[in-house]
Every structure is written in structure tokens, then in C-alpha cells.
Write a protein that binds this ligand. Structure first.
Ligand code: DX5
Ligand code: ZN
Length: 214
């Protein structure tokens, strides 16, 4: 069954503990880290992940939208992340390899993420060494944007590559996912759905999570 990972980007940061509890029926918790450089927005950093870890046992799926992510892998791993995603566009391939090696050394799960501009084939060198591929279906930076329909092709292409080279690899889809398109995204090959506004904007987040699972 597909996993649902609510994004706390749409939570009330003054009531984060309450808002994490509200989504405790979900599979993972998606944490969006932004540096104001890789994306035109700033969100949260290592100390907040540390605090979240103290208050929940949920699997922490930490999406690093930061330049040169190898610099921060150890700190986020120590803070309690269970999985770290680094963007292929955020550094030279040799440094992305450094970041993945650091994740391996720290014992966290490893993922590479693709902006909408990046083609599916970019994941090829990483299949076999990562636990997950994250396909963005909005430009990273903000919650509440519209799902880019043309990214369904990228999801299908990544799914085909995963099936061929690394069938146990998860495929996470992030951006504009809600009850109206969740089934289409699952049919295209996603195994993990990130949802921020669709979960936190719902009157009953637990029901929204159940609806996303289909
Ligand atoms: C966007 C973030 C997403 C975002 C998703 O840069 O990576 O995780 O929170 O929010 P929704 O589901 O509202 O598009
Ligand atoms: Zn995200």
C-alpha cells in the first residue's frame, strides 16, 4: 500500500507538536528544509529536526532543498532524520556522491530528488545505491502550488527505470498532491505521496490521509 507523508510546511509552527500529533496516522512525516539559495524560501534547520525527534517516533523523511547538501548530512542524521533527500541539481555529481556516502556512514536512508526540469534518466547512476527517488511535481520552494500534470511522464519514466534496475527503491512524489489526483499519481508508479496543504488544509487530517491512500 502507498505511504502517505504529510509535509509540516503547512503546519502551524507555533503548534508543531499538536500538528504532528494530528497526522500521527500517516506513515512518514515530511520535513522541508530550505536555505534561501537553492530555493527562494527559508524554512527550518537542524535544531527544529532535533526537537521534532524528541516529540515523535514517526519516520522523519527530511527533504533537503539546500545548496551543497554534503555539508549538512551528518548534522541532520544526528538530529534524528531517518531518510535524507538531496537534490541532484544542488551540487556537482562528485559532491552528491559524497553526500550519499555520508548518509551511508551515518546509517540513514538515502534519496535523490529531481526538480521538474531534470529528466528521469538523471537517476540512472544512483539506482542500486539509493533507497528512494523523489520526483517534484511543483517547483520546490512553497507549499500549496498546483500539480504539474506533465510530471506524470517523469514519474512513469522513473518507475520504469526503478522496475528495471532497482525494484525495491521507493518513488516519492511531492507537490500539489491531493485526493483528486492521488490515484493517478499512484497509477503512474508512486509508492510515497507527500501532501502538505491537502492534509493540513482539511478539516479532518486523518480522513484526508486515509483518502490519499485510496
Ligand atoms: C515544496 C515542498 C513540498 C510541499 C508540498 O517545495 O517540497 O513538500 O510542502 O506541499 P503541497 O502538498 O501543499 O504542495
Ligand atoms: Zn518536500
Amino acid at each position: 500500500m502507498v505511504k502517505v507523508a504529510p509535509s509540516i510546511l503547512s503546519a502551524d509552527f507555533c503548534n508543531l507538536e499538536r500538528d504532528i500529533r494530528r497526522v500521527s496516522s500517516a506513515d512518514w512525516l515530511h520535513v522541508d528544509v530550505m536555505d534561501g539559495m537553492f530555493v527562494p524560501n527559508l524554512t527550518i534547520g537542524v535544531p527544529v529536526v532535533e526537537s521534532i525527534r524528541r516529540h515523535t517516533d514517526m519516520f522523519l523523511d527530511v527533504h533537503l532543498m539546500i545548496d551543497k547538501p554534503a555539508r549538512f548530512i551528518q548534522q541532520f542524521a544526528k538530529a534524528g532524520a531517518d531518510l535524507l533527500s538531496v537534490h541532484l541539481e544542488a551540487d556537482h555529481p562528485a559532491h552528491i556522491a559524497d553526500a550519499l556516502r555520508a548518509m551511508e556512514d551515518c546509517g540513514v536512508k538515502k534519496a535523490v530528488a529531481l526538480r521538474p526540469i531534470t529528466s528521469a534518466s538523471a537517476v540512472l547512476p544512483y539506482l542500486g545505491q539509493v533507497d528512494m527517488v523523489l520526483v517534484m511535481t511543483v517547483e520546490p520552494g512553497f507549499g500549496g502550488q498546483k500539480f504539474m500534470e506533465h510530471q506524470l511522464d517523469t514519474i512513469r519514466e522513473v518507475r520504469a527505470l526503478i522496475d528495471k534496475y532497482d525494484p525495491s527503491c521507493q518513488l516519492e512524489v511531492d507537490g500539489g498532491v491531493g485526493p483528486a489526483n492521488a490515484q493517478t499519481v499512484i497509477d503512474a508508479g508512486a509508492t510515497v505521496l507527500v501532501a502538505g496543504s491537502a492534509v493540513y488544509g482539511a478539516e479532518d487530517p486523518a480522513a484526508a490521509i486515509a483518502a490519499l491512500r485510496g
